[in-house]
Design a protein around this ligand. Sequence first.
Ligand SMILES: Cc1cc2nc3c(=O)[nH]c(=O)nc-3n(C[C@H](O)[C@H](O)[C@H](O)COP(=O)(O)OP(=O)(O)OC[C@H]3O[C@@H](n4cnc5c(N)ncnc54)[C@H](O)[C@@H]3O)c2cc1C
Length: 488
Amino acid sequence: MPARTGQQYLEAINRQRREVWIDGERITENVAEHPAFRGVTRTLAELYDMQHDPEYRDELTYVCPETGERVGMSFLQPRTREDLARRSRMFYLWHSRTCGMMGRSADYLNSAIMAMAAAADYFGQADRKFAENIRSYYKYVRDNDLLLTHTLINPQVNRAVGPSQQVADDIAARIVDEDDYGITIRGARLLATLGPITDEIMVFPSTLLKSGPEDEPYAYAFAIPCDTPGLRFICRETFDYGRSHQDHPLGSRFEEMDAIVVFDNVRVPWERVFMYRQPELCNGLYAETGAVVHMTHQVVTKNVAKSEFLLGLVSFMTEAIGIEGFQHVQEKVAEFIIALEFLKAALRASEADAQIDRWGLMRPEFSYLNAARNWYPRTYPRLVDLIHQLGASGLMAIPSMSDFEGPIRPDLEKYLQGRGVDANTRVRLFRLAWDVAGSAFGQRQALYERFFFGDPVRMAGALVRSYDRKHLVERVRQFLEAPATVRV
Ligand SMILES: Cc1cc2nc3c(=O)[nH]c(=O)nc-3n(C[C@H](O)[C@H](O)[C@H](O)COP(=O)(O)OP(=O)(O)OC[C@H]3O[C@@H](n4cnc5c(N)ncnc54)[C@H](O)[C@@H]3O)c2cc1C
């Protein structure tokens, strides 16, 4: 099947009889029509439709040599630097459309699966059938243009001890049985962003596992359809309040939803198992296969689009209220420019210095991407803070659009106009700024950027441990030991 259309995506999600809980209600069918998901599923459908738009088709899809069909560009296994540029162009087009506010559009996990399939022999070390499984799964997802979610983290019950030492050994999802059909999983994982409205869920390793029998039941990787019996998504409240795009510009379009995932004796067939009871292989998965690099390539491109959007936003805001000439305002706007340019530089350098890896893929140079993925979780909350400082009371002088329809309209038009912008435009602009920096949707974005790739503290620790600094220490040592020179 070629790259799918928005309508095909919506029909697939509505057809699956999955178990989704939200606000005490259980939804099984027509999930895409539920008020919590209606806005975001239309946005996802728009992204799928872009693949068929003559203006974008050649940049968003490629002809798959194996099937002769046009498939999504994020499935392309890059062999050249040009391929990497084609991939990042695709990411950029989708994320420009969503203002960088939808980290979990399909390209994120397609990038992971694409890299893992190329590195199938890594999975095959334990058993050759696992290599075959991951290759076939990649083709299945590519050829059906499926949307994936993933869940990696154990419930936050007691972080002082590992998964096997919690108050019950099946709090963290674990293997409880196996037979000729496959394995049985019981317990929970969090979170699955977008989970209730995706086709399939990847349940992969993430936290560091101990070698030995105690952590083996927690060492696995598999993927299953979201309507697999026993699989339950428990949603938080929605941040799409059912308001218009003018009133709630981001939440009404891009609310991705985060869900807890419960596995109530879920049966997973062997052909969908990719890793099994191998803690060491699980621990090395992302780095050894290169999946983390291709995922970060997508993330940094998304953050370029997001930072461009924020820069456009603050530039418009500062002009709209006539503060753009003040020096401290320029100093603040400069932080947005610097963030954007650093991200663009990291992305470009990663593609320019890319090398073929041991799996035959053109791998972007990770050091630049790794620096960017460690830096943005700290930078994004700072940018949000700057929007507060620049917007001030304007972020609260935001009556809803229905006020513009009523008798107080003359007041609004007089007192809420900006410098060279009418009141309606100014209010919509500041409502947008509030959705970025203040609303529940905006605060979730900030939390997402802080944590979605992992705990920033432990990520920084991993960066320090893996960064080769010996030659730099040696340089300092040599400087200290150099013979004294005569001072002039
Ligand atoms: C909006 C959002 C969306 C997400 N979407 C997904 C998703 O789709 N799929 C998915 O799998 N995950 C998702 N996550 C989860 C994300 O991967 C985790 O938030 C991240 O890995 C951190 O883990 P945690 O939340 O369990 O925090 P914890 O590990 O519980 O950390 C909480 C605090 O305790 C500290 N801490 C805990 N343990 C240690 C330790 N051993 N050493 C030092 N400090 C420690 C941390 O530094 C942190 O300050 C999402 C998270 C958010 C916020």
